[in-house]
Design a protein around this ligand. Structure first.
Ligand code: FAD
Ligand code: NAD
Length: 467
């Protein structure tokens, strides 16, 4: 029987990063993945393919809408969805192949099959052909991730009523895509097909989109997406979705209780994801899940059984690839006797629409609720020379700082390249910078990052230069 210091179940960003860190720390590591390719949701059907399609559709959108103004005349471009999906497939392949290479390089044994507990120290790997083998292991990391959730009355047929996984593999551009859920997946994938010419209707239960982020961001994004033709049905309670032939019908009640009916050719259900533990036989290791199906862990990400840890989407917290990665590294270092730390307040969140949305730290709503005295500094992207040059005028940067100490408590932005710009705010907050500290740092001109400096100037003493 093969013997390991640590066996990791699941090869997503949590599992594979944890495996590499364990190997770096001298442990003998096995990783078990039920699918033939490594990388989990993120690389196969999540972060990477969605960003590939967002990039392709953004190019098309620009070719149709902005090239002319830039002085580029081309014949009317056409969407080749087959090629777009094929390129996305190539991007995924090069990424998942990269993980296989990293496993080899770090001498990590990869097992293809479903991992399940036989006991606390014995993990069975069952292959697709039904054959199995058992690994003997000192420690285990559960990194089995999550799956799309749905609503009790919706049947996902994967043809007309679909999840993100099918939406990443379309064979045609929908005529009318109905999206249930105005969260991250609904808006990212809704944007892809809206840019490619689909009519897109987003039905959201709450009274705003991306409702867990600072309200300013949702309001601004709503304006931009509406301008681009996306229709929104906010404060709508979906009560039925049915498919007949090529037609999908959605029924919802609006805030006043009036019934609204939408007809489309596809319905994307994007109402969140749930932790995935099917087939793990957690009971054989003495483990249970919480009321939301998540594996329970303590502050060291250890379950109630010593030596069994869990990370990523399968435990509490934000369902983000970089959160899972940090936890993979954290657990490896805990196992090695080190004292690592993850600051969950400083895990940034990004929505890859255009303009991009990005945030870190506390929202204004959270500060109000906690009774913290704060000040706000905002700066609109349209006031930047860089934004005018690229015609990316939408958006703003909003900095929240402690009213008494000036320490930055939250940074919320929407604008071109916000996904990359948020790193500056994370670094500043990691070092507990004040708004004035950042406002005194030289920012290259012309860049979008000048909006961060200007928002910090506004927060410090209401003294932005370019407003
Ligand atoms: P996963 O990536 O879900 O990996 C778990 C792995 O475990 C899977 O490969 C699964 O097959 C395997 N597994 C499960 N059970 C077993 C078993 N019993 N035996 C063997 N293997 C098993 N996050 C971001 O930060 N940025 C983004 O831009 C982003 N975009 C996204 C876009 C979409 C469309 C989706 C759906 C998600 C996106 N996410 C994004 C979220 C991100 O994908 C997840 O947070 C991340 O993948 C979680 O990593 P994980 O390692 O916990 O689990
Ligand atoms: P989400 O939680 O972001 O959004 C779900 C939305 O559905 C919410 O706005 C919610 O109010 C709404 N909703 C819930 N029930 C509803 C109902 N009955 N009717 C109408 N609306 C309803 O979830 P998601 O978009 O499915 O994404 C799942 C996870 O994947 C998220 O946790 C996210 O972190 C992760 N993800 C991240 C990225 C990224 O980082 N860019 C991209 C995609 C997915």
């Amino acid at each position: 029987m093969a013997k390991y210091d640590v066996t990791i179940i699941g090869s997503g960003p949590g599992g594979y990063v944890g495996a590499i860190r364990c190997a770096q720390l001298g442990m003998k590591v096995a990783i078990i993945e039920k699918y033939p390719t490594l990388g989990g949701t993120c690389l196969n059907v999540g972060c990477i393919p969605s960003k590939a399609l967002l990039d392709s559709s953004e190019h098309y959108h620009n070719a149709v809408h902005t090239f002319k103004e830039h002085g580029i005349d081309i014949p009317a471009p056409k969407v080749n969805i087959k090629q777009m999906i094929a390129r996305k497939g190539d991007v995924v392949k090069s990424n998942v192949d990269g993980i296989a290479f990293l496993m080899k390089k770090n001498k990590i044994d990869v097992y293809e099959g479903v991992g399940s507990f036989e006991s606390k120290n014995k993990i069975k790997v069952t292959k697709a052909d039904g054959s199995s083998e058992v690994l003997d292991t000192d420690k285990v990391i559960i990194a089995t991730g999550s799956k799309p959730s749905s609503l009790p009355f919706i049947t996902i047929d994967k043809k007309r009523v679909i999840t993100s996984t099918e939406a990443l593999n379309m064979t045609e551009v929908p005529k009318h895509l109905i999206v249930v859920g105005g969260g991250v997946i609904g808006l990212e994938l809704g944007s892809v097909y809206a840019r490619l010419g689909a009519e897109v209707s987003v039905v959201e239960y709450m009274d705003g989109i991306i409702p867990t982020m600072d309200k300013t961001l949702g309001k601004e994004l709503l304006k931009v997406l509406k301008k681009e033709g996306v229709k929104f049905y906010l404060s709508h309670k979906v009560k039925a979705v049915s498919a007949k032939g090529k037609t999908v019908t959605l029924k919802a009640d609006d805030a006043k209780g009036n019934e609204v009916t939408l007809e489309g050719d596809y319905c994307l259900v994007a109402v969140g994801r749930k932790a995935y533990t099917d087939g793990l036989s957690l009971d054989k290791a003495g483990l249970t899940t919480d009321d939301r199906g998540r594996v329970e862990v303590d502050a060291h990400l250890q379950t109630k059984v010593a030596g069994i840890y869990a990370i990523g989407d399968v435990i509490k917290g934000a369902m983000l690839a970089h959160k899972a990665e940090e936890e993979g590294i954290f657990v490896a270092e805990v196992m090695a006797g080190q004292k690592p730390h993850v600051d969950y307040n400083l895990i940034p969140g990004v929505v890859y629409t255009w303009p991009e949305v990005a945030a870190v730290g506390q929202t204004e709503e959270q500060l109000k609720e906690a009774g913290v005295e704060y000040k706000v500094g905002s700066f609109p992207m349209r006031a930047l020379g860089r934004s005018r040059a690229s015609m990316d005028l939408d958006g703003l940067v909003k900095v929240l700082a402690d009213k008494n100490t000036d320490e930055i408590l939250g940074v919320h932005m929407i604008g071109a390249r916000a996904a990359d710009m948020i790193a500056e705010a994370v670094v500043a907050m990691e070092f507990r910078a004040s708004a004035e500290d950042v406002s005194r740092i030289s920012h290259a001109h012309p860049t979008y990052t000048e909006a961060i400096k200007e928002a910090c100037l506004a927060a410090t003493d209401n003294r932005s230069i370019h407003m």
